[in-house]
Design a protein around this ligand. Structure first.
Ligand SMILES: [Fe+2]
Ligand SMILES: [Fe+2]
Length: 203
């Protein structure tokens, strides 16, 4: 049995899922952009560092990009069936703030980009699990449950690559800093029907 524990420093409350599930189409729209971004990110990492010195780099990036493109196709199918079309623009202040944590220097940059990616995967995974449990929509529930385990696998893939880039103690120290920063960044996000939104005050 796989170990599905996540190391995140904060737990998304069930109330967040209740709030965002009030507008499931807007949530799916935001989600579609995230899948597209995740596929692009894997290809960007592959283009930037074509895997000369990290074993398994090419295989990991192509396999993640393929998974994310599949996820995107699944979300688009549901959106199309429900008469929604993707808009052109999308904002993701959460991911942008995480990207600001990336340091300069070859090893530092690779390490931090892998970790930012792992953090986004881990947080998405945590939220898909909650959404899968909370939604009453069978089709959407099935999607979230399937994605939960896929994104969990991705989170592990990126962390494993990080361990090939730097010594274990260095990776662990940086990972703890990143986890702490992620929880703070998430906490200050605006509420709304988005995967990485904050919690609206409960009356
Ligand atoms: Fe995905
Ligand atoms: Fe993923």
């Amino acid at each position: 049995m796989a170990d599905f524990t996540l190391p995140l420093h904060s737990e998304t409350p069930a109330e967040w899922a209740r709030q965002v599930l009030q507008d499931p189409i807007a949530l799916l729209m935001d989600h579609a952009f995230l899948e597209k971004k995740a596929a692009n990110n894997a290809m960007a990492l592959l283009t930037r560092w074509p895997g000369e010195w990290v074993p398994g780099w090419l295989e990991a990036m192509t396999s993640v990009a393929r998974d994310e493109a599949n996820h995107l196709a699944q979300v688009i199918r549901i959106l199309n069936r429900r008469g929604a079309r993707l808009t052109r623009h999308h904002k993701n202040p959460y991911a942008n703030e995480l990207r600001d944590l990336v340091r300069k220097g070859v090893t530092e940059e690779i390490l931090d980009r892998l970790m930012v990616t792992a953090l986004i995967e881990a947080r998405s995974c945590e939220r898909f699990k909650l959404l899968g449990e909370m939604t009453e929509d069978e089709e959407i529930g099935k999607l979230y449950k399937a994605l939960y385990s896929s994104e969990f696998g991705h989170y592990k893939v990126f962390l494993k690559l990080a361990l090939k880039v730097e010594k274990k103690a260095v990776v662990e120290r940086r990972w703890l800093q990143m986890l702490a920063a992620e929880a703070k960044i998430l906490e200050r996000q605006e509420p709304g029907p988005r995967m990485h939104s904050g919690l609206a005050p409960v009356a």
